[in-house]
Ligand binder design. Sequence first.
Ligand code: APR
Length: 176
Amino acid sequence: MSNRAIIVEQGDITRMAVDAIVNAANQQMLGGGGVDGAIHRAAGPELLAACRAVPEVRPGVRCPVGSVRWTPAFRLPSRHVFHTVGPVWRGGGYGEPELLASCYRRCVELAVYMGVRTLAFPAISCGVYGYPLDQAAEVSVATLRNSLNDETPLDAVYLVAFGQDMYQAWLTALGD
Ligand code: APR
């Protein structure tokens, strides 16, 4: 898959009729605000039940930072939800770029494993978790370019910005 199939859009990821959408979750995976709250509202209560069924790897942690967990998408137009947990921004010196990159990379790996052809990401960590938008845009685009090659059986990866600022940050990062 070449770079041209990384597509930036502005909109609501819960309306994306793709094979899988990515949720910017927290380690407990019991819902929250932001895109997590929007996805749970649109998916319906079955999503919370499916998240609860994901085993804890340690008390209070179903999905460690930088990892990914799968659930069905229930009432969403997509088929799958990939729950990933981005790093909380603490200034950049605590492994945040590597952890954010891991979120994007693990979701692509899971997509390839599951035969997903179209995948949509929100701007992981760029809301409550405070990651600077331009730095997150650079990390996400670089990671996707490294993870996607002509052998990757993905037709398209969408970067779905809710706000204009993230939309511009991703366009800038793609244009580099
Ligand atoms: N579609 C696409 N993007 C959205 C939507 C939506 N419907 N709603 C919000 N966003 C965007 C935000 O504008 C932001 O750019 O998603 C990006 C990520 O912001 P958050 O949802 O706050 O996620 P994050 O910063 O990773 O913080 C995760 O917030 O909601 C809680 O449970 C979640 O504890 C976790 C934390």
